[in-house]
Write a protein that binds this ligand. Sequence first.
Ligand SMILES: C[S@@+](CC[C@H](N)C(=O)[O-])C[C@H]1O[C@@H](n2cnc3c(N)ncnc32)[C@H](O)[C@@H]1O
Length: 258
Amino acid sequence: MLKFDEETTKLLEIAYQGGDISRRRRMAFDALYLSEGDTVVDIGCGNGLLTKQIALAVGATGRVIGVDPSKDMRAPASARCAAFPTVQIVDGLADALPLQDKDADKAVAVQVLEYLPDIPAAVREAYRVLRPGGRFVAVDTGCKTLDWFSEDENRMRRVQSAWDHHYTEARIGALWPNLTREAGFAAIEIEPFTFCDVTLRPDGIAFMLMHLMSRYAAENGHMSEAETKAWFDEQVDLARQGRFFFSLTYYRMSAVKP
Ligand SMILES: C[S@@+](CC[C@H](N)C(=O)[O-])C[C@H]1O[C@@H](n2cnc3c(N)ncnc32)[C@H](O)[C@@H]1O
């Protein structure tokens, strides 16, 4: 598991408001085709940035339920959405949502499915809570698409393969058609979108991943702290020399309950 101390929490707050992650949220937002009055469940709502955007879009006659099992995530989400009486931030799990059958018009899960122990159960649960015609949107990392330059390819590979341990499923994009079809969904779509950077920005996904990946590899005993620090420092140097290159593709997936 990732550990979130004060420094990491601060870094994540910057990254989550930054250009890349704002774009990632926007990809999910656009695919929801929100209307005034919609009831929407934000599964694994995290710190509530998307939840709030959805609340603005569905208006005073809509309803937004942000579900997250983490108290530390629900606290900032509740604070962020406090001005919206239409929003409830509640404790719950993706495979046991606190909603009635056919309660929601839309369900969304951004960067959540790839961490779950039982992804098919979560997809079935989204199907259960959606009304016929309801739409399920998910955004997940294309874990196999990371292309990150380093002079030391072997070390780069080891940082990457350590990080692979923090996902439960690296192939969500490839599995999405079957996962959703088996649950009963139709109109299944997948759209890739890529972040490709040749500069290192403090608000960007690459910078956030440099912190998270180096810490994860060291704290979980995959690599020594000296090695991960050397990798981190190399990336900073490459950026200074104008030789930085990072590319990662995400998948935006959607499906409709017939
Ligand atoms: C990477 S964060 C994404 C947060 C938010 N969706 C976003 O994009 O900003 C993953 C979130 O999933 C939540 N989560 C973890 N296990 C979960 C589960 N079984 N069901 C629902 N959410 C879960 C975590 O607490 C965390 O807030």
